[in-house]
Write a protein that binds this ligand. Structure first.
Ligand SMILES: *[C@@H]1O[C@H](CO)[C@@H](O)[C@H](O)[C@H]1NC(C)=O
Ligand SMILES: *[C@@H]1O[C@H](CO)[C@@H](O)[C@H](O)[C@H]1NC(C)=O
Ligand SMILES: *[C@@H]1O[C@H](CO)[C@@H](O)[C@H](O)[C@H]1NC(C)=O
Ligand SMILES: *[C@@H]1O[C@H](CO)[C@@H](O)[C@H](O)[C@H]1NC(C)=O
Ligand SMILES: [Ca+2]
Ligand SMILES: [Ca+2]
Length: 354
């Protein structure tokens, strides 16, 4: 009798695991293949071979690029070296990426940059806020950008007990930002469990020196975050739920949900077209190929544009799609006056004239 119960439990356990494995395959679009959509005039960016996780562009066309992220469960082809921040001038015909020098006061050896966001104060000084994972912790680093010296001067490290597993930030004022938490558990296997069980335990946090609070929750994996051109709305990508949440921002920094747009692809980082206000979304068409990397059948890339985000019927178009033969694991895309720059989690970066 005891054996029968044990066997029944074992069978039920295996069935549950099997069912959850199927759920993971479904959630990661594991059987999806990509139909190519490629603008005419694209070329790979020199000097950016090992990832360009996040990109943020100043109104002047200078783009900051975070590179060299090391993340559990993610492949990394780079040399075993710390991460770096690159600069590109998108006004140039064939822009090249240039490493920014970082001041000596900062611990460069453990630099592991993830999401970034720029902030310009009233006297036009540019600050770069960088999500950092030194020794797999999460901090937010504030740098001042010295354009003439092409360097970053480290000003401050922000740590807080709610700033855990931070993916991306969007700066909204001096030392004020929204941040996404992309998973609840910090242990890699528990993270897989969290994904398989479809827990919705991640959130968006508001940080300021005076107040830190959770302002939106219930995301499966809150990822890219950005703000609308009029600064009234916050857009959050939920990568595992394959959607983008539009939230209204209030004077006290609270957010209220407005709507959710389903995209059917795993949305990573979000940026805004400065000319139109459209959202550009760097997406993973098949996340199983990203997690379970096979050079013979690599993960592809996909960039979507969401037009008229706040209208009743936003329309979605594909700016770029490739099966991985050119670009693998797109995580972010920016447009700047007719030019498109696509970054990836660990692969190259592509520059296209639209
Ligand atoms: C980078 O910064 C350090 C310290 O500020 C300085 O010693 C070094 O010369 C700089 N390197 C370059 C290439 O500018
Ligand atoms: C872009 O998304 C990737 C994947 O989640 C992440 O590693 C990276 O930090 C993101 N970058 C930004 C700026 O959000
Ligand atoms: C990818 O996932 C979305 C939503 O989960 C689904 O609607 C779509 O059919 C999937 N695509 C493929 C090709 O599996
Ligand atoms: C990707 O597409 C190209 C043609 O665009 C094709 O030659 C190649 O075999 C495809 N690769 C995979 C892995 O499907
Ligand atoms: Ca960002
Ligand atoms: Ca991201």
């Amino acid at each position: 009798m005891g054996k029968l119960v044990l066997l029944t439990l074992l069978g039920a356990g295996l069935a549950l695991i099997g069912e959850r494995l199927v759920a993971i395959r479904r959630r990661t679009n594991a059987s999806r293949e990509v139909e190519p959509v490629e603008p005419q005039n694209c070329h790979l960016v020199e000097g950016l071979g090992y990832g360009s996780e996040d990109i943020d562009v100043l109104p002047s066309g200078l783009a900051f690029i975070s590179s060299g992220l090391k993340y559990p469960g993610m492949v990394n082809f780079g040399p075993d070296e710390p991460g770096q921040i690159f600069l590109m001038d998108l006004n140039e015909q064939n822009p090249r990426a240039q490493v920014l020098n970082i001041s000596d006061s900062f611990d460069k050896a453990s630099f592991n940059p993830h999401g970034i966001s720029t902030f310009m104060d009233k006297d036009h000084t540019v600050y770069l806020y960088v999500v950092n994972h030194p020794n797999m912790k999460s901090t937010v680093e504030i740098f001042k950008f010295e354009e003439r010296q092409r360097s970053l001067v480290h000003l401050k490290t922000i740590q807080h007990k709610l700033l855990i597993s931070v993916n991306d930030i969007v700066v909204v004022g001096p030392e004020q930002f929204y941040a996404t938490r992309d998973h609840y558990f910090t242990n890699f296997f528990l993270t897989l469990f969290e994904m398989a069980m479809e827990l919705h335990w991640t959130y968006v946090l508001f940080y300021s020196p005076r107040e830190v609070k959770v302002v939106a929750k219930g995301f499966s994996s809150a990822n890219g975050i950005t703000i609308s051109l009029d600064k009234k709305y916050i857009y959050v990508a939920d990568i595992l739920d394959k959607n983008i949440h539009v939230l209204k921002k209030h004077d006290n920094w609270d957010l209220t949900p407005l709507k959710v747009m389903q995209l059917g692809t795993l949305v990573d980082n979000l940026t805004i077209d400065p000319d139109t206000g459209d959202i550009l979304a760097g997406c993973h068409p098949n996340a199983m190929k990203l997690l379970n990397y096979n050079p013979e059948d690599p993960p592809g890339s996909e960039v979507l544009r969401i037009h008229n985000v706040l209208s009743e019927q936003p329309s979605i178009s594909t700016e770029y799609a490739n099966n991985g033969s050119v670009l693998q694991g797109s995580s972010v895309a920016v447009v700047y006056h007719g030019k498109l720059l696509i970054g990836t989690v660990f692969h190259k970066a592509l520059h296209c004239v639209l």
